[in-house]
Each structure stands twice: as C-alpha cells, then as structure tokens.
Design a protein around this ligand. Sequence first.
Ligand code: ZN
Length: 295
Amino acid sequence: MTRLQLLCTGTPAPLAHRGGSSYLVQTEGETLVFDCGPGSVRRMLEAGLALPAIDHLFLTHLHYDHCVDYAYLVLTRWDQGVGQIPELQVYGPAPTAHMSHQLFAANGAFGPDLAARTLHPGSHFVYETRGGAMPRKRPDPQIREVEHGNRIETSGWQVDVAEVVHVQPQLTCLAYRLTTPDSTIAFGGDTAPVDRLTELAKGADVLLHMCHFINGAVTDERLTHCCSGHLDAAATARDAGVKTLVLVHLTEQLETPGVRERVLHEVGEVFDGQVIFGEDLLEVPTGTINMEPVR
Ligand SMILES: [Zn+2]
C-alpha cells in the first residue's frame, strides 16, 4: 500500500512549524522523496525515516526552499550508509547535475569535507567502527535530468513529468505524476494555473498544489503569473477531477484563524472533492477519508 506523508509544507519564509517543500512516499519497499527544502532532513528523522532507506529524490525546481537540504541529505545518507547502500537516484530539471557537481566534486563546496572524511585516519576509524570497508568511496548521487513529457519507469512505479509555469527562464519548474499499483499522486510543484498541470493530474487520487496566496487579495500579475492562490488550486483540482486536493506551500498568513477557514470554505465552493490543509508530518490518505462519527 502506498503511503504519502507531508514532510514540509511551507515557503521560503522561515517558520518553526513549516519547513520548505518536501513530501515522502513509501511504496512496495521503496522510498521516494519529492523536493527537499529547508528542514526536510530534520522532518525525515521526526517521521522515523532512516536516511539510508531513501532510494529516489525528485526535485521540482532549484529554488532553495525546494532543494537546500539536498547537500545535507546526500552527505548524511552517504555517511550513515557506510558504503553499504546504493547511490541516491536523483531526478530534476537542468541544471541539477551541475548543482550536484558543484557541491560534491573535489573542487566543490564539500570537496574539502569529503577529502577529510575519505582520507583522514580519524574518519577511517569512525567509518570502520560503523562497519565500513576500505577504501572509502565518495558520494556519487546518480542524476537524471528530466524535462516535459519524460517518463521514469521502474518495476514498482512510474513518474510522468510536465513543465509548469513558474520563474522561467531563470529556473525550470517541473510537476510529477507518480503512479503506483494502488495510487496516483500528482505533485504540482510551484506554478501559476496552467493546463499542463490539469492534464498531468487528470483523475489522480491526490493532487498536492501550491496555495501561496488568497486570490483577490493579491492581484499583481508579477506574482499571479508565476504562483497559485487557493482558488487556482481548487479550479485545477476540479478540472483534473482529482479525489483529494492537498494545499501546500502555505504562508503564515493563510493559517491565521478565520483566514484558514475562509480559504477552505471558498475552495469547497469550487471543488467538491476532499480537501486537506497541509501540515508538516501529516499523513495523507490516498483513498476515501473515513467520515465515521466520533465514537
Ligand atoms: Zn519556487
């Protein structure tokens, strides 16, 4: 059974209770993470996840609120895996490979750290004490840069890729549709309302959609043409015919008492499916939500 958990549901604005974007999927013995914004590795630990267990990482785009924990995830997974786990499989838009190289190459940001951890006797001692066998290899995440229309297929799941409209041309932003034997989950990434996302999310069990502002309260097209508000998320969920809409990429303003309720009410006027207001560490049902009365 596929399990979906929200790790981080916030924005670049730092909040103690919301990290930057990150979502966890566990299916058929594999663990997938979509985006790894600030605080996401900490949330993985809070979720009880062993970092070496993460097999695949998908990046929607390289805004730091979606990827700044990438280095932390790769380094700590590599360190704790002591050479006994496969390399992390990473999928993202260009220039994900270049970013990764800049982080982990010998002349990269963590080049001196990796030199010390692979060459210094003190690090050898710790590594061997943990069960590692020499020589110690450096981390080598396997990057596959993807683009609109690509499909990633394994024996247990497939992911379809669509490019959405965010902050091009500086950054390409992707959305992903994950299909497992029992669930379909669409990760909308950061986007303005766009037909490509509606198409990608058609009939999905769950759509995770950016809800960055209140439509009507923000009208400046510089923002509305690159991000989505609550009614944009609702309309996409309705037009795509998804079963459950999860509002994510939430600001503190959206959860002000009264505002949150208004947001949910107005979303419900557009979209008559299940709606969830995202919270860090919330487990999201991929099927019908049980509406039994309290016993
Ligand atoms: Zn963004």
